[in-house]
Design a protein around this ligand. Structure first.
Ligand SMILES: NC(=O)c1ccc[n+]([C@@H]2O[C@H](COP(=O)([O-])OP(=O)(O)OC[C@H]3O[C@@H](n4cnc5c(N)ncnc54)[C@H](O)[C@@H]3O)[C@@H](O)[C@H]2O)c1
Ligand SMILES: O=c1ccn([C@@H]2O[C@H](COP(=O)(O)OP(=O)(O)O[C@H]3O[C@H](CO)[C@@H](O)[C@H](O)[C@H]3O)[C@@H](O)[C@H]2O)c(=O)[nH]1
Length: 436
């Protein structure tokens, strides 16, 4: 099939590349000329494991191209995907200006039937709004389909190539048929393609993210309670996770959920409920608890240093909002840095992939090093904000030589408590016994 993908961010580029991988001819369109130039020169603009192999293969085989020219991009496409930003607007509701703006631009260019697929995360009713934009500008027959994306950054290629399910919201049989054909190769193991109406599809995406954010938040509260009552959150996690009704995944406590999706999507769903005069209480509690959870590491530091962080120097391992990505949007590490600097402390940070993005955002607010051990030089304590694999089994002997004090505040529960006792560390993690 001939496909156009509008927007080449984490979702658009993965979608375009993975659709080319099964033999479709894909043109990716972006307004960011520098990014398009980079991709045309064969460079992947984001860090996403496994993407480069597919990217280079499909470019080499002539199935994946890039342009800034929308008219050229959509000219021959049977299906046009919109993978555009839907950031929170001033009031927390999703800002639809990118989607509706692109829909208007496309509507002025179409000359024959096309399926317009919305891959962005959008509130209920957006497909109707997009359809109305087309109706206002063209007589050409168009079907607007909601096809939310569930990929996770860091495992995006795997998630796209083998999705748990594909959700397609449309009442048009013609569009259904095309979408079923397009997604057939990705569900050969038998995972379902779920057809539903547009509104249910749009809500499914927000419901999934909000449910997962709620699950994590519940565990964060259990972890906080564990610390007070002397229980171990790892044991509790395993104890409840082995109940198939609860499930083992997304039960890891930490320093609050972050990223470009959960914070904005929980907020947008709560806002959308408000607009429909429904008070979605649980989501409001989730947002409030998550804000507090982002402060737990700093609160612990304040307690340890008796309320005074002035002049203290900290090593920070991990800046990305989660491992295996260079994405720092809503990363808990940024919040921690902000608080520490406000309190008069200094920070030296290391992250395997996200350093360039943080340097771009924070400049010389903190120090950066290219080696995780170098970050420890003269540090009063090590703070861990992201669970990158390289932090899981560090060379503790090497660490001891550089760290001024054997003190670790771990927001991701990376180390075994017995081991930390043996090594003689002060070790403060989340929802587990304090080792001092
Ligand atoms: N990042 C994720 O893991 C993820 C997963 C599932 C769903 N989503 C949703 O998908 C959507 C896109 O998210 P993302 O993380 O890929 O965004 P992103 O910010 O990484 O990428 C968006 C891209 O769109 C481009 N763009 C903006 N306006 C344009 C226009 N008019 N024409 C062409 N290109 C334009 C930007 O230059 C950028 O390259 C959002 O709604 C998000 O909620 C994201
Ligand atoms: O047990 C867990 C799992 C995750 N997190 C945190 O939750 C956030 C989100 O993690 P994750 O869901 O793995 O990353 P995303 O790439 O943001 O993916 C989410 O958001 C995407 C965008 O909508 C969806 O497509 C995915 O299905 C959904 O998992 C991160 O800050 C994680 O540290 C935890 O604290 N504990």
């Amino acid at each position: 099939m001939k496909i156009a993908v509008i927007g080449t961010g984490y979702v658009g580029l993965v979608t375009g590349t993975c659709l080319a991988e099964t033999g479709n001819k894909v043109i990716c369109v972006d307004i960011d000329a520098a990014k398009v130039q980079k991709m045309q020169a064969g460079q992947v603009p984001i860090y996403e494991p496994g993407l480069d192999v597919l990217f280079h293969r499909n470019i080499a085989q002539g199935r994946l191209t890039f342009t800034t020219d929308l008219a050229h991009g959509i000219k021959d496409a049977q299906i046009i995907f919109m993978a555009l930003p839907t950031p929170p607007g001033g009031d927390g509701a999703a800002d639809l200006s990118y989607i509706l703006g692109a829909a208007k631009d496309i509507s002025k260019l179409v000359t024959e039937y096309k399926v317009i697929v919305n891959k962005s995360t959008v509130p209920v009713g957006t497909a109707d709004k997009v359809q109305a934009v087309f109706q206002a500008h063209t007589d050409v027959e168009i079907d607007v389909v909601s096809n939310p994306e569930f990929l996770r950054e860091g495992v995006a290629v795997e998630d796209f190539m083998k999705p748990d399910r594909v959700v397609i919201g449309t009442r048009s049989e013609k569009a259904q048929k095309l979408m079923a054909e397009l997604y057939g190769p990705y569900v050969r193991q038998g995972n379902p393609i779920l057809f539903m109406d547009e509104r249910s599809s749009e809500l499914t995406k927000y419901a999934a993210n909000s449910f997962l954010a709620t699950k994590i938040t519940f565990m964060n509260e259990i972890a906080n309670l564990c610390e007070i009552v002397g229980a171990d959150v790892d044991a509790v996690r395993k104890g409840i996770g082995s109940d198939a009704r609860i499930g083992k995944r997304f039960l890891f406590p930490g320093i609050g959920y972050g990223g470009s999706c959960f914070p904005k999507d929980v907020q947008a769903l709560a806002k959308s409920a408000d607009e429909n005069e429904y008070d979605f209480q649980i989501l409001k509690a989730v947002m409030e608890v998550n804000e507090k959870q982002k402060t737990v590491l700093v609160e612990k530091l304040l307690k340890y240093y008796k309320g005074d962080l002035k002049g203290k120097h900290f090593a920070l391992w991990g800046l990305a909002f989660k491992p295996e990505t260079d994405d720092i949007r809503e990363a808990p590490a940024l919040y921690i840095i902000d608080e520490l600097v406000k309190q008069g402390a200094t920070v030296t940070a290391f992250d395997p992939e996200a350093m360039a993005n943080v340097k771009g955002l924070l400049g010389n607010k903190i120090h950066y090093v290219e080696d995780q051990y170098e970050a420890l030089t003269n540090a009063d304590a090590l703070l861990i904000a992201t669970e990158w694999s390289v932090f899981r089994n560090p060379d503790f002997e090497k660490m001891e030589q550089v760290l001024t004090n054997k003190v670790i505040f771990d927001g991701r529960n990376l180390y075994d408590l017995e081991k930390m006792i043996d090594l003689g560390y002060y070790y403060n993690s989340v929802g587990r016994k304090l080792i001092d």
